[in-house]
Design a protein around this ligand. Structure first.
Ligand SMILES: [Zn+2]
Ligand SMILES: [Zn+2]
Length: 315
């Protein structure tokens, strides 16, 4: 065992020349797991998969791989530029990889939380949430326009404190791969200790559900501890039947509509708004409006809570 750990330590102490895109390496495993889940669904829960929905998920995954590849060089160059101006130097070592895994997941939490609370970033993230189904293929609905929204800024700053750029982008890809398996209804609950520390299918189902109690909860990537620490944790409850998607469902499998609808809606709102409110349509939460004609998730949840206190029947 000691020899095994020593060999891993030696391996992780070697500098890597370029980021390793572990997402690409994981694709065969993604496909295999999706096939297994489809088989499970056919036997046990046929409503989990809908062919047109799955096709949109696959195409969104493909498109995000292409858009990611197009900008990867620029993001890497920017990370290297930050590293060139670093204030300290972190070596390649087992502890550094582990520390960065944790730090990057912390950064992911804030990037993701902002992705739900600031409409500019929501416009880029919403396509992860447009499916009304919850299965492993839903995980492939990754952003196309995230780079445009500059959301990577949340993740690359560790270069400035001295983490090597190739390590940062590799760990970012590991984080993405680590979030794949949680997009399933096939796993009810993991052991208690696991549910306490890690993000799980149960926690992430809450994140994808539009039940008022569940809106804007469980932003975690790999570790659920951030939600517990920062007050956004909501356990999945037996008295709630999960309804997946977004508050106002798209009602279409159209690919480009999935990707760009919120950008279009946001820019239209800005265009129509009085000058003093234009910026708010970019930086306020989704559902905010200057004339109070719409509802944010806070308003929806508050109303539900009030109704529930008056009539404590589960919804
Ligand atoms: Zn989200
Ligand atoms: Zn998700």
């Amino acid at each position: 065992m000691n020899a095994f750990i020593a060999s891993i330590e030696r391996m992780l102490s070697q500098p890597i020349a370029a980021p390793i895109d572990v997402v690409l390496y994981a694709i065969p495993a993604f496909i295999l797991l999706i096939l297994i889940e489809m088989f499970w669904a056919r036997q046990r829960a046929p409503q989990v998969y809908e062919p047109a929905d799955m096709r949109t998920s696959l195409l969104l995954g493909l498109g995000s791989t292409v858009s990611g590849a197009l900008v990867a060089g620029a993001i890497y160059a920017l990370t290297v530029w930050l590293y060139d101006h670093r204030i300290a130097t972190v070596p390649y070592a087992l502890w550094a990889w582990l520390a960065l895994l944790l730090l990057d997941d912390f950064n992911y939490y804030w990037a993701h939380r902002t992705g739900h609370r600031v409409r500019w970033f929501w416009a880029a993230h919403v396509n992860h949430h447009t499916s009304q189904h919850y299965n492993l293929s839903t995980a492939l609905r990754q952003t196309w326009t995230g780079p445009l929204a500059l959301s990577f800024a949340f993740r690359i700053w560790p270069a400035f404190v001295g983490f090597p750029p190739a390590m940062i982008l590799t760990v970012g890809a590991i984080n993405t791969v680590g979030q794949f398996w949680i997009h399933t209804e096939a796993v009810r609950k993991m052991p208690r200790w696991f549910e306490a520390v890690f993000n799980t299918p149960s926690h992430h189902r809450v994140h994808h559900a539009t039940n008022p109690l569940y809106l804007d909860r469980n932003y975690a990537g790999l570790f659920i501890v951030w939600d517990r620490l920062f007050g956004t944790f909501q356990p999945e409850r037996d008295d709630q039947r999960n309804r997946y998607g977004i508050v106002r469902q798209l009602g279409t499998f159209g690919l480009l509509h999935n990707v760009f609808h919120e950008w279009q809606a946001m820019l239209t709102d800005m265009w129509n708004a009085p000058w003093r409110h234009k910026l708010s349509y970019l930086i306020r939460e989704p559902g905010w409006s200057h004339d109070g004609t719409r509802e944010s998730s806070d308003i929806i949840r508050a109303r539900w809570m009030k109704a529930r206190t008056a009539d404590p029947q589960p919804d």
